[in-house]
Design a protein around this ligand. Sequence first.
Ligand code: ADP
Ligand code: MG
Length: 258
Amino acid sequence: MSAPSVAAPLLHLRDLAKTYHTGEVEVKAVRGVTLEIQRGEFVAIMGASGSGKSTLMNMLGCLDQATGGAYLLDGDDVAKLDRRQLAVLRNRKLGFVFQSFNLLARTTAIENVELPLLYTMPLTSAKERRRRAVEALERVGLGNRLDYHPSRLSGGQQQRIAIARALVSQPELVLADEPTGNLDTRTSIDIMGLFQELNESGITIVMVTHELDIATYCKRVIVMRDGRVISDNVNADRRLAAEALATLDGAEKEANVA
Ligand code: ADP
Ligand code: MG
């Protein structure tokens, strides 16, 4: 047997930068970010509006290219990959979750979740697409809503569908940009509980939030300001969503009795 190789970090950013040029104006959205994220981490990226969080996330998700520095995803320098290789990488390794869910309205839950499997190489059969979509929806607790259209579901349920869609290709990394931004407090904690479960099962999660409350459910908190990382800390007081929900429910019951 060969000696175990030293695993590369899942994400490795070296002086990563992004400058937007719009007409005469130059916006330095990300100004040199260096960091590593290992497999199994659950990272919150925080910072005021305009601090570069979404720009950074778009680069992490290979949706947008850096204008400086390097980004290695699982050891691969993404700048050296062509469009097709990037598409394959995105499809195999990454799942995306957005603030506004981004579901197709005229399409059922299961059809929404099957969607990413239409673009796999090699192709995934219709039967296999369905099997995996059902499995993903069951995993997020919506096995009984397969044929519902998003409009008939609550915001929290819609976000669960979006998470199932992110999971259906069995990604190693889930990137979520303000996934609780459109949800009430209880539903937000509920969604954080789902992310904590996924993280426990081995999926690496990087999510943007501007709510400190939400970041307390993550294992590591990175704060950005003006395109730079200004702090990066392990969250020693990480809260468990399941416990927070139980406390909330207890408080509600007491209020009802009173
Ligand atoms: P955040 O997600 O933290 O609110 P963004 O990454 O969206 O921040 O934006 C960082 C900066 O980059 C802002 O000044 C924003 O106006 C600018 N910016 C973002 N996207 C673009 C774009 N496509 N073209 C030009 N400027 C942009
Ligand atoms: Mg943003």
